[in-house]
Design a binder for this molecule. Structure first.
Ligand code: ZN
Length: 463
């Protein structure tokens, strides 16, 4: 006996049509216009859209940063993801300087073990090559373990930032083993000078964070990262691209170098300096994340780039801190832990402001939130509704109106970046590997049921 999802409209990256979906065990067994239900448990999806579960490829759960640790651990973070319709995340393991990649992987697997509630994978952030380039050799062991993407920070000097030589060597290695390089593109050295000068002038309030990190600093680093990638032939993926200038660099590079991809994040599509960071109150510390909020005029170009394929993915960069944690930077914006909560609201925001407003189609929504992430990051069992794939299935109610509130959310923060917004379209039921884990918007699964996803090395889908 299987589970038969009947009477719904199946929406995939390729198209939409009324179909039934049969789940047997952990996998999808059949997708067809009419499947006989006499032997199966029936789930009625009348009026609902049946889509592959969301994949959020950019999250920071239980991560030490800025003198504290991000507020969601693997339990609360993955439950919040699931309730929002996301069935897989890719989180970041961070190498500590002077330590190996293997140690970082162990540390992050220990954080997730017995806690992750949906399936998850890891990127590895490289901060140190070791005295004899040991980390380069270790990249092969990481790929063998299913960690096939490597993150490099061009920002945060003395903490995470690497120099161009290190980046170039990692890219050469990545090209040789079909790994993907994920780049935080900002000119960290220049930004740090501006930050120090602002603080010396007494500019300590949260909104100066946004003014200290210019769009140009991101555009310059975006250009440089892709140029170095092109010199090595490696596939490169710019994370959290936030503004039109950086977008222009990406677009220009893509004309002659195809292995250049990028994501943007929910917050850059709908929040702005004008609306959230006018420079009036400490409350604006909630919106201190990096890259920072941009001027409103950047939003429409980002939406257009999602529609025309310049941008491939929408992730969240979920990196939650409570208001108490944010207070570490009460007198100095550079000490405010950088990051915001969003893992739970990605699909709601993208559907409401993207699909309902006609900026993207429902099919493109599925591609941006699930199918493309699976393809680019080598998650061969995820991202599609086809026989043999994992039964990670989202039953989406396009009519449901929902008001976003910190008081009712699953994320561990005491605020929400979209507080009080009413959106139309919400996750109703969610299956993870054939198991109903969210029913009528409530988490009903078991803690720790999520499994590590070993990904394949496919050079960002170009191999
Ligand atoms: Zn991040």
């Amino acid at each position: 006996m299987g589970i038969l999802i009947q009477n719904g409209t199946v929406v995939t990256a390729e198209g939409s049509r009324r179909s039934d979906v049969l789940i047997e065990g952990e996998r999808i067994a059949k997708v067809a216009p009419r499947i006989d239900g006499s032997e199966h448990r029936i789930v009625d999806a009348e009026g609902l859209l049946v889509m592959p579960g969301g994949i959020d490829v950019h999250t920071h759960l239980d991560m030490p940063f800025g003198g504290t640790v991000s507020a969601d651990d693997y339990r609360t973070g993955t439950i919040a993801a699931a309730v929002g319709g996301t069935t897989s995340v890719i989180d970041f393991a961070l190498q500590s300087r002077g330590h190996t990649l293997g140690e970082a992987l162990e540390t992050w697997l220990a954080k997730s073990r017995d806690k992750a509630c949906i399936d998850y994978s890891l990127h590895m952030a490289i901060t140190d090559l070791g005295p004899n380039g040991e980390s380069l050799d270790e990249m092969e062991a990481m790929v063998a373990a299913g960690v096939t993407s490597f993150k490099l920070f061009m920002a945060y000097p003395n903490v995470l930032m690497i120099d161009d030589g290190l980046m170039f060597r990692v890219m050469q290695k990545a090209a040789a083993i079909d790994a993907l390089c994920c780049i935080h593109a900002e000119n960290g050295a220049a930004i740090d000078v501006v930050v120090a000068q602002m603080l010396a002038e007494g500019k300590t309030a949260p909104h100066f964070h946004a003014h200290s990190r210019s769009a140009k600093a991101e555009a310059e680093a975006t250009h440089r990262a892709i140029a170095l990638a092109e010199m090595t032939g490696c596939a490169v993926y710019i994370v959290h691209l936030s503004n039109e200038e950086a977008l222009r660099e990406l677009k220009h590079a893509q004309r002659h170098y195809h292995r250049a991809l990028a994501e943007t994040c929910t917050q850059y599509l709908v929040l702005s300096i004008e609306d959230q960071m006018p420079g009036e109150s400490w409350n604006e510390s909630k919106f201190v994340f990096t890259p920072p909020l941009r001027k409103k005029k950047n939003q429409e170009p980002l939406w257009r780039a999602l529609d025309d394929g310049t941008l491939s993915v929408v992730s969240t960069d979920h990196c939650p801190f409570t208001t108490e944690q944010k207070a570490l930077g009460r007198d100095d914006f550079s000490k405010i832990p950088n990051g915001g909560p969003g893992i739970e609201n990605r699909l709601q925001i993208l559907w409401h402001f993207g699909v309902n407003s006609g900026r993207i189609s429902p099919e493109r929504f599925v591609e941006l939130t699930s199918t493309a992430p699976a393809h680019i990051f080598g998650m061969t069992q995820k991202g599609e509704l086809k026989p043999g794939k994992d039964a990670d299935i989202l039953l989406w109610d396009p009519k449901q109106r929902y008001t976003i509130q910190a008081a009712t959310q699953c994320m561990a923060t005491d605020y929400n970046m979209f507080e009080g917004w009413t959106v139309q379209g919400n996750a109703r039921h969610v299956f993870s590997r054939g198991e109903l884990v969210v029913e009528d918007g409530e988490w009903i699964g078991e803690t720790g049921r999520g499994r590590f996803i070993a990904r394949s090395a496919n050079a960002g889908g170009f191999a």
